[in-house]
Design a protein around this ligand. Structure first.
Ligand code: NAI
Length: 393
């Protein structure tokens, strides 16, 4: 067990992409001596200039003074040499999302860091148990999953593998909490909390579109204006990128042994194949070229309520099933969705508000209409309705 206090921990980050750079910024701003390593010189230079710009902007906005800005930047060592991580207390890996490469890197890291050093992965989709098994001491390995952009998004999912020790969990959590983040504890299962529970937000919206019930603009309007979500599913997928969002869905689907609840959509696949990735390519579900007039929604309240209710009950069902399978506590499931993806309410609290019997009855109606396992209500929901229980009151 480490004996140093949290503030004195030396933090290493491997991978100077968007996530690694964001994590380094947080650590350096929280007074840690920080090391950023990448094999690619260009990535390091880009990270360094991005960090300088961010800190300069904070000075410009009078959030920090110039001396503090210099101190923050001086705390960061940029290097191509992984050996600089040898003195670190926690190393967070944020390299390419590939299990074989991550396993190789973890085994290499273990050979050079201190015995007490925690080795964490920022993976969004890979098994922490599999990464940990590449290390002789797999007890020191954990998942610490930030959301993009890391400095701005408050949520961090902490994922112990079945091999991870209590000490590793406690120290990781204390460190993340000391950075002002909201940490939630989740089981090492596909998609953790957020990327599992959020799937119907995209998948059911795409299915509604494919059935010809409504167009992109109308579905987005329903979810924002009636549902109160900050962004509609198609606007959000265009932000995330259809390539990335499709890959996450496909990974979750295959990791759940092809459970139809997570089935990917041909519409999204074709958009990705066409290179209509979203904002980053200027075209996705919407066309972002200058001067293009955006399609107008059909503001039919009845249709909007139907769309919103259908997506919402599937989201709630996913949250309830995650609770049923002990993926996380009810509080953490609700926090994850409000702080990780800005949902207007926690889904379990929302379920209470709608009435669990109403959620069940809508799911049963969909299940019987489609005859598709995608709509099967969670056993916990059935049980709670039968016993007249609620989540919070
Ligand atoms: P990125 O592609 O922007 O950056 C990865 C960096 O790692 C590159 O600079 C590359 O040169 C470097 N790299 C690759 N192999 C390396 C090695 N063996 N040693 C040292 N450096 C190496 O990737 P991004 O988007 O920053 O993601 C990194 C990780 O974080 C992935 O595991 C991803 O799944 C996860 N993640 C990504 C999120 C996102 O929205 N981009 C959100 C949450 C997690």
């Amino acid at each position: 067990m480490n004996t140093v206090s949290v503030a004195e921990l030396k933090i290493g980050v491997l991978g100077a992409g968007s996530m690694g750079t964001g994590i380094v910024q947080i650590a350096a701003m929280h007074k840690h001596q920080t090391f950023l390593v990448d094999l690619n010189e260009e990535a390091l230079n880009k990270a360094s200039s991005n960090l300088k710009n961010i800190v300069a902007k904070l000075v410009e906005k009078s959030k920090i003074d110039q001396t503090t800005a210099n101190t923050i930047l001086n705390r960061i060592t940029f290097s191509k040499n992984i050996q600089v991580l040898s003195e670190c207390d926690i190393v967070i890996e944020a390299i390419v999302e590939n299990i074989d490469i991550k396993r190789k890197v973890f085994s290499q890291l273990e050979g050079l860091v201190k015995e007490t050093c925690i080795l964490a992965s920022n993976t969004s989709s890979l098994s922490i148990a599999s990464i940990a098994s590449a290390c002789k001491n797999s007890e020191r390995v954990i998942g610490i999953h930030f959301f993009n952009p890391a400095p701005l998004m408050p949520l961090v999912e902490i994922i112990p593998a079945i091999q991870t020790s209590e000490n590793t969990v406690t120290l990781s959590k204390s460190c993340i909490d000391s950075w002002g983040k909201i940490s939630v504890l989740t089981k090492d299962t596909p998609g953790f909390i957020v990327n599992r529970v959020a799937r119907p937000f995209y998948g059911e919206a795409l299915k509604i579109y494919e059935e010809g019930v409504a167009d992109f603009a109308t579905i987005d309007w329903a979810m924002t204006q009636i549902g109160g979500f900050k962004m509609g599913p198609f606007t959000l997928m265009d932000y995330i990128g259809n390539d990335i969002n499709y890959t996450v869905t496909e990974t979750v689907f295959s990791s759940f042994y092809f459970d139809p609840r997570f089935k990917p959509s041909f519409t999204q696949k074709r958009h990705a194949e066409a290179g209509w990735l979203g904002r980053k390519t200027g075209r996705g579900y919407y066309n972002y070229a200058d001067g293009v007039i955006q399609p107008q929604p059909n503001k039919d309240e009845k249709l909007g309520n139907e769309i919103c209710n259908r997506i919402l009950v599937l989201l709630i069902n996913e949250a309830i099933d995650a609770l049923f399978l002990n993926i996380a506590s009810k509080e953490d499931i609700d926090l994850a969705m409000t702080k990780g993806v800005n949902y207007p309410k926690g889904l379990l609290a929302w379920a209470d508000e709608l009435g669990l019997e109403n959620v069940l009855s809508k799911l049963e109606q969909l299940f019987s209409e489609y005859g598709d396992d995608r709509y099967r209500p969670s056993a916990l929901l059935r049980r709670m309705v039968k016993n007249k229980k609620t989540f919070y009151s």
